[in-house]
Structures are given as C-alpha cells and as structure tokens.
Design a protein. Structure first.
Length: 434
C-alpha cells in the first residue's frame, strides 16, 4: 500500500496558522491583563483624588445646583439617591457585580468602580446618600473589539506574508526534486538552473556535478564497448574466412555457426549502442506496416506457423524500416522459441489509428515470473539463471527491441501470465503532422 505523501508546504501553513492563533490569544490576554490590572493599580491613587475632588464640589450633603453646574462643565452624568432622588438625565446605570472594585478616598471613605460596555461608573456613599458618577467619553469598550479584530487581522497578514516569503525561500526544493526525477529517468543532459548562494544552491550544484559524472561514466563505457566491438569484428571476419576454406566437415559447420552467432551478437551490440544515444539517427521512411510485416514473415519465418491480425494494406506511417524489421524479427524469434509444439502458434497483430501504431507479438508458452518480467529488456539479462543456449539467446534481443522503440519515441512493454504465455507490446506515437 502506497504511503500517503505529506505536503511540506501544507504542514508549514498549518504551523503558521497555529502560531497565529496562539500569538493572537497571547496578545489579547496580555493586553487584557495589562489594562485590567496594571493600569488599574497605577491609576487608582489618581482616580481617588479625582473622585474626592468631584464629591467635595457636589457638597455634603449633595447639592443639586452644584451637581448640575458640574455636569454642565464636565462630560459627566450624576445620579443622586437617598433623601431625594435626582439625576442630570437618563436612567440610572446598573453596576456589574462581577466587575466591581473598591478603593479608599483620601478622607477615609470608600468608593466602588464598575466597568461595563458603556464605560465605567463610580459609586460613593455619604451620610446615607448615594452618588453615582458616569463619566462620558470613556465608552471605548465598543471600539475595543474592532481594534482587537484589526490588530489580529494585521498580525495574520504579517504571518501570511512571512509564510509566502519562506515558501519562496524553499521553492528551489521543488525544482531540485523535479530535476532529480528527470535525471533519474535518463535525461542526463538536464541541469538545475538555481543561482543561489546558500545550502540549496550548493545542493543544486552537487546534483549537476553528479549528473556530469554519470554522463561521463556512461559515455566512457559506451565508447569502450564500441571500440571493443569494432576491434573484434576484424578477427572474426578473418576467422570466418579461414573456416570457410576448410573442407566440409561437421566441425567446420559448427565453427561457422558459432562465428555467425558472434557476428550477430556484435551487430546487435553495436546497434543498441548506436540507438542508445539521445541523438540517435533514424532513416525514417513512409512504410505500410502490414506490408512490412508480411514481407518479413515470408522472408524469415516462411516455414513457421504464425497467426496474423493485421490492418488492411494502405495505411502509412513514418518509421525506420530496417530497425523495425530487426525489432519484429527478435520478438518473433522469442515467441517461437518459447511456444511448445502442442500449443497454439504465436500471434502477430498490428493496428494503426490516428494517434499510434500498436504492434504486439503473443506466444502461448510457459510465461515469465513477475520478478523477472521488469528486467527482461535489460542488456544480457535472462530469466534462466543457468544461461543455457537452449533456453534463449544472450539477452540482447529484447533490449535492442526496447532501444529501437524508444528511438522512435515509443515504448516496449512485456505482459505475462505464468502458464498462459507472454505478450510483447510496442506502441509508437504518430506525429500530428504525419
């Protein structure tokens, strides 16, 4: 079961959101503690002096005329209760019992302060009379929520900007990941274009250096293999010439067969190396695939029973006919070699539509185990660990077929069910302008 991929960007965003919520809570709690406690403690003595001054100006007992004059001079509402109830206007506000604090006046009496949504109230008692002062202009609570929302919004905006800045900072990780995937897929000429003087820039440089080293090693291997192959062809040709000059004998025939197999092996090896390059040269021609396959069967497999499922003549595609004949010949040889005499003959099918050519060769042999199926197109790989000639060739036929298909921009895929047979499917795309 494939493990679920966790997005680094998503986790980073979640971390920023959690951080934003925590910071907003901390800021709000800090302001509340500072305003509700520290400010109260610092302002209490000054407030007591101010309340004492207001009470003295109202008088003892409270004088309504003095209270009215004071209310006109200051943004203040005054409520008197006791012997006679009186107010400068409006209803008597109620004190919030949960938010009441008591303080001492300079004359020794106490007064109470209650905070509410409309500001705060001051209540004092003098000789049986209760005086309530409601200062105006202090009803900031209704704006405090808006201020808090704006503050948190600005904080979130800053965090979002920081998140995008960090995401931009780590964006080369995606470029590096994509580049490594392309290099791993065989695009050894691809390079990471990251000009950064930090750890990610150094990592990109290291990846580019690694790609250069891999390409040089593969190129050196290819050149060595081509050089050895070319050098072997001359002594093989001379050995074949000398063998043909010998008198007819079974040993001579066996020697000629071995030399022919060596020459075929070298030819396939050279061909696979020529086409393995990124700039493989193909001699593309307009070809009717049904005609090409029918001619190949009649020339090379006339004495073999084959099933055919071909399109009618008249369909044209652009391929290298020599390379395609080599590909199909190798696939048919494998199918014939692995089909027992008591099973149905191999099936050769070819169908062309407006997008691709699908060529398949299916045998009805023992099939291939799943652990070997993915490696059969590797050079010199054989499912039979004993590597006996009776069980197959040297392991270059399917590799060469895959190389030819990829040189045409297509694919070679093997599908097999043990006990039922194996199918080799070649899919070549047809260009839109073909």
């Amino acid at each position: 079961m494939r493990k679920r991929r966790h997005s680094l960007s998503g986790r980073l965003l979640l971390l920023f959101l959690i951080t934003a919520v925590l910071l907003a809570f901390i800021v709000r709690s800090g302001f509340r503690v500072a305003l509700d406690r520290n400010m109260e403690e610092m302002a209490a003595p000054h407030l007591a002096e101010y309340v004492q001054h207001l009470l003295d100006e109202i008088g003892r007992p409270p004088d309504r005329a003095n209270a009215a004059t004071l209310a006109k001079r200051l943004p203040l509402r005054i409520f008197l209760s006791g012997t006679h109830d009186w107010s400068t206007g409006g209803d008597m506000p109620a004190l919030d019992p949960d938010r009441v604090s008591r303080h001492l006046l300079p004359d020794g009496n106490s007064f109470e302060i209650s905070r509410g949504r409309d500001g705060f109230l001051v209540r004092a008692r003098r000789n049986g009379d209760t005086i309530v002062l409601a200062p105006g202009g202090f009803a900031l609570a209704e704006h405090a929520g808006l201020v808090m929302v704006v503050t948190i919004g600005v904080l979130l905006l800053v965090l979002v900007l920081v998140y995008h800045a960090i995401r931009r900072l780590f964006r080369p990780i995606e470029v590096i990941q994509s580049g490594i995937a392309r290099i791993g897929a065989g695009e050894l000429d691809h390079r990471l274009d990251i000009r950064r003087r930090d750890e990610l820039g150094e990592l990109a440089t290291s990846v580019n250096t690694m790609a250069d080293d891999i390409r040089q090693m593969l190129q050196a291997k290819r050149e060595l293999l081509l050089a050895i192959s070319h050098e072997l062809r001359s002594p093989l040709t001379r050995a074949r010439l000398h063998a043909e000059l010998l008198e007819a004998h079974p040993t001579r025939d066996a020697l000629l067969n071995d030399l022919a197999e060596l020459e075929a092996l070298l030819a396939e090896l050279l061909e696979s190396e020529r086409l393995s390059g990124r700039h493989a040269v193909l001699d593309r021609q307009a070809v009717d695939p049904s005609v090409l396959l029918r001619e190949l069967v009649e020339e090379s497999f006339a004495d073999v029973s084959l099933q055919r499922d071909l399109d009618p003549d008249g369909t044209w595609i652009s391929v290298d006919p020599m390379r395609m004949r080599l590909l199909v010949r190798n696939l048919l040889k494998n199918a014939i070699n692995h089909t027992p005499p008591d099973r149905p003959p191999p099936l050769l099918s070819s169908h062309v539509d407006e997008h691709e050519w699908r060529l398949s060769v299916r045998d009805h042999g023992p099939g291939v185990a799943a652990e070997h199926l993915g490696r059969l197109t590797e050079p010199f790989y054989r499912a039979d660990p004993s590597r006996q000639r009776a069980s197959g060739g040297v392991g270059l036929g399917l590799h060469l077929g895959r190389v030819i298909a990829e040189a045409h921009g297509g694919t070679l895929e093997l599908q097999s069910t043990p006990g039922e047979g194996t199918q080799a499917l070649v899919v070549l795309p047809i260009p839109a302008d073909a």
